[in-house]
Ligand binder design. Structure first.
Ligand code: GUN
Ligand code: ZN
Length: 433
């Protein structure tokens, strides 16, 4: 039985600070976590931990100074097959898909290619302190096999699914309602609930699925109640107009998924920028979550996400990098852009609110509260150790900050993978800078 004590300054959240205020923030200087068999089994003070370690030679003791220990971060929307085309120049969503995303995704017919990219992708996540993600594969079932094999070998909690798309895409990226159903079902049977892996039924977005395929998605969700549903919604104005043409019967874009019966607790919709009031109420009523992807929304010119609206409707929101539409794997940099997106709308997004979205907010969006997203007894020991001195200049700036909020804000605004000193998954160190 592996046992470890990690000592350092601990920061996590008991609730959403946007609703509950500063009482939701739990910051403990020189606290300690006892980790046994991949789970946090005790929280205490440094003194208690040192006393326990002194009489227990089987415990590994790790002490971090000038660091901040947070829960491993959670990326609620990302495409692993787009790793190799991140930062592709010049297009907005619909042309970006045909010119950059689709050609790249064709390569995943080759499983070995998928395994190679999955390894690069997951290494980047861990370097950036991200320990769980909700991930798009490609239409090829072998892309999901490749991804889950690498994630399993690294001991990670990951959610992935095969893309379902049976129209408006290249022939060699197209499935059918029947084959998409059968391939997804086989992957669910093979992977869902194995170790720390879960499956997400993944229709790409309304324009690339026929109503028959959306019905096949619902059938899967009805047959396997705890699998996820993961798709895109209301990202780009041309996309929204196209959905209106393709689904004239539905009230609006969210209504397409509502009519198909795809909105439920474990449904996660990426973007949600151009919602009307009815759509906001519908997402809230169905306990569906939104993945906010600010680097992508800016990079491919989609628009400004209004987090205030989400809060007013009590909608669960997590943060997504949306690589390769997004321009960074770092959830610190993602907060940096989220902050500016709110500034442009005269809203504030505090560092506490941002780190909440990157941790407990993500866990809630994925229905994993109590399992990940907090430094809490009973949670899996997925942890990121942030460095206040990631570079000499960050050290210079952070030494001039007063108080934890000021320090955290500067760290998140200036930070990237250089600010992540170490990452633990399931109690094991999986990255050391
Ligand atoms: N909408 C449909 N497919 C995609 C995709 O791959 N990326 C983004 N950002 N939006 C999408
Ligand atoms: Zn996406």
């Amino acid at each position: 039985m592996s046992k470890k004590i990690i000592i350092g300054d601990l920061l996590d959240f008991l609730d959403d600070p946007a609703h509950a205020g500063e009482s939701a923030v739990r910051y403990v200087e020189q606290g300690a976590l006892l980790i046994e068999n991949g789970k946090i089994t005790q929280r205490g003070s440094k003194e208690e931990a040192l006393a326990l370690a002194a009489k227990s030679p089987d415990i590994d003791l790790v002490q971090y100074d000038n660091k901040l220990i947070i829960p491993g971060m959670i990326d609620t929307h990302v495409h692993y097959p787009q790793t190799e085309m991140i930062a592709a120049y010049g297009e907005q969503l619909l042309t970006w898909l045909t010119e950059h995303a689709f050609p790249t995704e064709k390569q995943f017919a080759d499983k070995a290619h998928g395994s190679m990219v999955a390894d690069v992708f997951l290494s980047e996540l861990l370097k950036n302190g991200t320990t769980t993600a909700l991930v798009f594969g490609t239409v090829h079932p072998q892309s999901v096999d490749a991804f889950f094999e690498v994630a399993q070998q690294k001991g990670l909690r990951m959610i992935c699914g095969k893309v379902m798309m049976d129209r408006n895409c290249p022939d060699d990226l197209q499935d059918t309602a029947a084959s998409g159903y059968a391939d997804s079902k086989a992957l669910i049977e093979k992977w869902h609930g194995v170790d720390r892996l879960s499956y997400a039924v993944t229709p790409r977005f309304a324009p690339t699925s026929t109503p028959e395929q959306l019905q096949a998605c619902k059938k899967l969700l009805d047959e396997y109640e705890d699998v996820y549903m993961h798709t895109h919604v209301s990202e780009n104005v041309d996309e929204c107009a196209w959905v209106k043409e393709l689904f004239p019967e539905s009230k609006d874009y969210v209504g397409v998924y509502e009519d198909a019966g795809l909105l439920r607790k474990r449904s996660v919709l990426a973007h949600g920028i151009h919602f009307n009031e009815r759509e906001l109420c519908c997402v809230a009523d169905n306990d569906t979550a939104i993945a906010h992807c600010p680097t992508s929304n800016l990079f491919i010119g989609s628009g400004l996400f209004n987090i205030q609206q989400m809060r007013e409707h009590n909608i669960k929101v997590g943060m997504g990098t949306d690589v390769g539409g997004g321009s960074s794997f770092s959830l610190l940099k993602t907060y940096n852009e989220a902050y500016k997106v709110q500034q442009l709308q005269n809203n504030k997004l505090s560092a506490f609110e941002g780190l909440y979205l990157n941790t407990l907010g993500g866990a809630r969006a994925l229905d994993l509260e109590g399992i990940i997203g907090q430094l809490e007894v009973g949670c899996e020991a997925d942890i990121a150790v942030l460095d206040y001195a990631g570079t000499p200049f960050m050290d210079f700036r952070l030494q001039r900050c007063k108080g934890i909020h000021e320090k955290l804000f500067a760290l998140m605004m200036l930070g990237d993978d250089r600010s992540v000193f170490a990452t633990y998954a399931n109690g094991e160190k999986v990255h050391q800078r």
